[in-house]
Design a protein around this ligand. Sequence first.
Ligand SMILES: Nc1nc2c(ncn2[C@@H]2O[C@H](COP(=O)(O)OP(=O)(O)OP(=O)(O)O)[C@@H](O)[C@H]2O)c(=O)[nH]1
Ligand SMILES: [Mg+2]
Length: 396
Amino acid sequence: MLIKKYSAPTKNEAIMKAYDELGKDAVVMSIRTVSPKGIFKLFKKPVVEISAAVDDSPEKKNTANKVPVAPVNASLTTPLPEVKKPEEKSEEELLKARLKNIESLLEKQEKQKAEEKAEVKSETAKETTEEDKNFEYLKIIYNTLVDNEVDEKYANQIISEVEQTLKKDSPLPQILAAVYQKIILKLGPSRGFDIQPGATKFIFFIGPTGVGKTTTIAKLASDLVLNKKLKIALATSDTYRIAAVEQLTKYANILGIPLRTVIELSDMAEVREQFQDFDVVLVDTAGRSHRNREQRDDIEKLVNSIPEEEREIYLVLSVTTKYRDLLKITEAYSEISNYKLIFTKLDETGTIGNILNIRMFTGAPLSYSTFGQAVPDDIAKTDAQAITKQLLGGSD
Ligand SMILES: Nc1nc2c(ncn2[C@@H]2O[C@H](COP(=O)(O)OP(=O)(O)OP(=O)(O)O)[C@@H](O)[C@H]2O)c(=O)[nH]1
Ligand SMILES: [Mg+2]
């Protein structure tokens, strides 16, 4: 098997490069956007880097009967041209095809390794054991996870936990299924709003600047008002910037719901009284620098002005933020208890290892994900299965 990397300004151009060089049987293994580094980064555009693989063994054309049997029946490889038209298939089908892709690649690689080993067998006298085989499969799965920016520490943990449960001669589909299950378990169930009739719930949205807190509130408020038919109010402590209040006022007017500004902490008592007949009060906050201790304290005081059983807290993070910064941000908010995670901007990157990383680092449950600027459509409960397939399939 031949694996090569290609870079180009867009995904399709990178895929076309691979197609030109490797031929139409090539399959895409991973797609990632690489941001420029160094002092000239302002002048450079990000590039899309893909890795593509093709089976270049001589008897390739006759392998149909020799390749180990894969589960179910879908074709083992997705030819490159299909990648350009994802809209033709349902998302579920695409994800299944990607999972099949890795199976196919692993099988091919395994076959090639077996052939290489057979050649040198007389020299080395070292037999391939079944444990070696498991190890080789797991190594490739590990590499796929790391390519998708899963922290090596967590990729290692997942792989070694799976390794302990495997029998010596585990077939590949079983190994993949075990890793898949393990990641789903690590991601855990997505937890959304817990709204009790007859009690007012205050729902706070906190997090760094520009991640999409206000837009996310507008999306969720629309759903609560229009679909769930609940009595909703908005409040915002982001009163320093006129534009911020205007942004939320616009959404409040469209939905026909009240908006209160919270200028001082003491205003919260009034807000509580004013909205005591409402089901939910969604509270927007100003984007805060996690480096500023004082700003963080303000948020903590605001949140703590409502008793724990009457509130929910959502930490809003963009999946495009660098992992190292996400670690610092979540560390900074560690004193705020029981928050849930909302990840935004999934449309901006195909590399979503950070979701798994931050989920494992904080232990906080996942809740909602957003994947575009459109209010109210671009939001859904976080789909652990789709995330896992993407992490294992390496595509967006
Ligand atoms: N591509 C993409 N853009 C998004 C998404 N969610 C929000 N945005 C955009 O991100 C920008 C910032 O969104 P806001 O909702 O104002 O972010 P915020 O966290 O409230 O920002 P501050 O109040 O300044 O801290 C806007 O241009 C949004 O349209 C998303 O899921 N995908
Ligand atoms: Mg905002």
